[in-house]
Ligand binder design. Structure first.
Ligand code: SD4
Length: 350
């Protein structure tokens, strides 16, 4: 066991100096005796209520956390109106829909795919990579070949609407070559899903899936399929996921940074805040032009989130009797045995 001096030294290195003394005295955060248990629980980025409800129902049936996370994110993957995930997702600038996804469970098992084309449920291909191969990550054509060899059907993911919007984008000034063409004003239409789940046994899992940055350069991969950037799960300490401009999350290994902050005593919301602060401190990009929306969960079902810009909304399904999530709760709706909250996360910038 590291002594307190070691711990304080490590904490300073991690930028945790601002934590209250009470938080520093306790580690790891996942096991604080006396706190009401909030299991099972589901947490997801953006207003993904249908996905959170689906995951909640899977947990209510007694299935493990990983099944819930996978089946929860199937909903936006199959929704043609969701322009950031799966079917109907915005293509790259050459008009091809390329998908990024990953899964991770409490036992450090993880799988991932990046730049995958023609497959409706990249999250399930990621799970297959985890379960059926000695690897963690497959990309591009190799990932597609692996999916087809494992029974996934080829599917055209470019819907007529997203094709039309891409053609309009091509004709717009935004499509012309320019310095910093990849940068643009903060989008308001993100809805990449990162989902964290904990089951009744206290096992955590997570899934993250996206079509990535709309009209990105061909070959661009964001944070969502990267274990440690868009998703990280440590079964003893907690889990974290991210949405927003993936380059920023990659820069600081955001999901891993959040989990490490929790390991050193930070609450889920504080761990997200510390990581957002770090992003703002180190980014070479103008922080007012980027978004980072971060979420975290402990094995006892405590949840929290924090964002760089206002407007980051998340959903949490929690059992009856569990404390409400921190932040501005904008909607409460009943789910079997619990409540589904929509929460506007606190933000660093105004
Ligand atoms: C990416 N983080 O590819 C993803 C995009 C995202 O909501 O989160 N959109 O950078």
């Amino acid at each position: 066991m590291p002594d307190r001096r070691d711990f304080l030294r490590q904490s300073a290195a991690l930028g945790l100096a601002a934590l209250p003394a009470a938080a520093l005295a306790e580690a790891p955060a996942g096991f604080s005796p006396g706190e009401p248990s909030a299991r099972p629980a589901v947490l997801a980025t953006w207003d993904n209520r249908a996905a959170a409800t689906a995951a909640w129902d899977v947990l209510q049936s007694g299935a493990p956390a990983l099944d819930a996370a996978e089946q929860g994110v199937w909903i936006p993957e199959a929704d043609p109106n969701d322009r950031s995930v799966g079917l109907g997702g915005r293509p790259d600038r050459t008009g091809r829909v390329t998908l990024d996804a990953c899964v991770m469970d409490h036992a450090f098992r993880c799988g991932s795919v990046a730049a995958l084309e023609d497959i409706l449920h990249p999250v399930s291909v990621a799970r297959k990579v985890m379960e059926e191969t000695p690897h963690v990550m497959l990309v591009g054509e190799g990932a597609r070949d692996f999916a087809l060899a494992n029974g996934f059907e080829p599917t055209n993911l470019l819907t007529p609407d997203s094709h039309r919007e891409w053609r309009e984008w091509l004709a717009s000034p935004a499509a012309r070559p320019a310095v910093n063409i990849e940068r643009r004003d903060v989008e308001t239409d993100h809805d990449t899903i990162g989902m964290l789940t904990v089951d009744g046994a206290g096992h955590l899992a997570g899934a993250c899936t996206t079509s990535g940055w709309g009209y990105k350069l061909r070959g661009r991969v964001g944070d969502s399929p990267l274990i440690g950037a868009g998703l990280y799960v440590d079964g003893e300490v907690g889990a974290a996921t991210a949405t927003g401009h993936g380059e920023e999350m990659i820069r600081v290994a955001a999901a891993h940074a959040i989990v490490e902050a929790m390991r050193h005593g930070a609450s889920p919301a504080d761990a997200c805040r510390l990581t957002v602060e770090r992003i703002r401190r180190v980014t070479p990009t103008d922080p007012t032009t980027i978004q980072a929306g971060l979420l975290a969960m402990t094995p006892d079902g405590r949840v929290g989130g924090f964002a760089l810009q206002p407007g980051f909304v998340y959903v949490a399904a929690l059992p009856e009797g569990a404390p409400e999530p921190e932040g501005a709760v904008t909607n409460r709706q009943p789910v079997a045995g619990g409540t589904l909250y929509t929460v506007e996360a606190a933000a660093l910038l105004s």
